[in-house]
Design a binder for this molecule. Sequence first.
Ligand code: MN
Length: 747
Amino acid sequence: MEQKQTPSYSTDDRRRIARAYRVLLKSIRSEYDANDLKQIREATRMATSAHIAQRRKVDGAPYILHPLEVARICAAEIGLGPTAIIGAILHDTVEDTSITLKDIRAKFGETMEMIVNGLTKLEKAFAGESYQAENFRKILLTITKDVRVVLIKLADRLHNLRTITGMPHDSQMKIAAETSFVYTPLAHRLGLYGIKTEYEDICMKIMEPEAYKDIARRLSETKDTRKRYIDGFIEPLANKLNGLPYKYEIYGRSKSIFSIYNKIKSKGMTFDQIYDLFAVRVVLDVEPSQEKLSCWSVYSVITDVYTPIPSRLKDWVNTPKSNGYESLHTTVIGPDGRFVEVQIRTTRMNEIAERGFAAHWKYKGINNTDSTFDLWLKRLRESLEDPERNALEYVNNVRSTMLFEEEVYVFTPKSDMRLLPKGATALDFAFDIHSDVGYHCLGVKVNNNQVPLSYVLRNGDIISVTTSPKQKPTEAWLRMVITGKAKARIKQAVNEEKRRIGELGKETLLRKLKNLNVDADNTTFEFLAKFFDVISPMELFYAIAQENIDLQKMKSLDVDERHFVLPKTESTAKTDASPKQNQTNETPTTSFKRPSGDRLLLVINGEDASQFNYALATCCNPLPGDSVFGYNSINGMRIHRTNCPNATNLLANYGYRLVKVEWRDAINQSFEAHLHITGIDGMGIVQRITNAISNELHVNMTSISINGRDGYFEGNITVTVNNSTQLERIIETLKKQDGIVKVIRDH
Ligand code: MN
């Protein structure tokens, strides 16, 4: 029998713990009084004795070093105050030791009990078997209660990632996936750029070690050249900047490995082709009242020396991002004609940029950016209350509209502020005000100018909506909105309308079926939907009513026991599509000959797939018409057949990575494309373009705007097309017009 030992700390352990504690105390940035200090000491004592029997798996160190380090990160890297520091010290006690929430409450009060309880719940959620989607929801719920819980959790995750190398590879992969899925977007949303960047780099190192090493090596190889270039860039500026009455710092900052990698991937570039591997940053140490003036003075100095590219000017000083980010960015043409991004900000802005949301507490009152954060929280809270959605749908929606995308804030004519996801349109706004306002939306004015319903909102816009009781949603509206609320409402209205019109189509069909002696039942409807290549019987009835379908083609079918079957004379492969069940699952169904001869479109999450980075999975080779789903793999989205041998595993374990994908009939499918044109001699150009597009090509043009000056013009055109071939035809036609020099498709 083994002898049981009372756990104890060795002398060396004690020395390490004492050192960690001292480092923690030194890192506390905010003001704290004797009582705070006493509580921090008390919490450390409590946690140290509670964790006495535990060692860290990764390095065998006393476990207590972990909570102490998490507390240090909270203090030094996020800038949190005493409450969060104490919470961090205690964060694993209830989960891992005999300490109870009651003990915490007795010693540290109610708030601390709530914080530690929140952290314990999160810990359990991730250890359990539940889907990430559900965990995600729990985390979001926690944020709306006390943001500090999540900030401590982010610090906890950061320390775990920093010490991850000692873990087995599969655990590393799991932690990396979870971090990319949950923590990185959260850190981004809370404005913790420093932490977000570190998450990304560590996760990339785990998931794509080769690419990581490659970029890291190249960065260090080019370090000297880069430094020389930055020095050369700064030199002519220094004199002029010294002439300004502000204390400043100027330096070059290399971009993170992950962001460089992303650029290589998304733009299809090589490392050597990326010119903006770094940005030059000017940080000004000035009084609050001098902030704007000083930033713009520096801007003026820089653009006196180097030519700026006007379209790259980003002014987040006047209109901060909704996560609080403030900075003035410009891109100028530096020595050797290279583009250099310059970021101008004050010390305060810099601190907010690095430490995000937490820094706002410190500066509350200087700037009114907190209100956008409050609005965001409110919106988050509302969406959590929506019981309609399933967890996956919910998470996809929140991730796309509330975490990844930033918001725009706009105003009603009565100056009420509304927060919408970036990219939201005037029509989204109308639906956001009230679903009836959206439903009957006739026109929208932005800052008193009439705009199309698809107008993309910009920060600070003042918007008024005109409604008419006669107006109602059409299918085209679906492509003009991005918010879930507007989409759901429009879809519902369109379906109602389709069903109404479809009734007429159904009547027509019933008459024909009677003549052919075929039963008008679901089997027949489903068969015909497939035969005519539409997604459902409802679409079938609608298409019949719209005369998009030639019912004469039914005559080519055979009838067996009052039901259609495919003609026997066709080759056997073509029976795949018949509703019989005796086919093997592995046979792709696409050899079924489509009578329409039309192309099928791949639709991801209701959107044209060409907007996504996806590939067809090689394990099951999905073909047009197959029932499919999308899976977000590390290398981008993969489309699998639902009967793929790998499907069950993916569906069961990675529910949160799944995306709805389907093939849709190209007949009823259209999408909006945006074209950017430039040219010379703009006289009568609008007339010529309109003629070419509407009259010659018979394509629907939804908007056109042309701005010209001195015989040069630029413009944007939006057209509704069914497929890319049609779009290419439009581009070709436009290029042939007199005076048009360039036509580019905007993505
Ligand atoms: Mn922990």
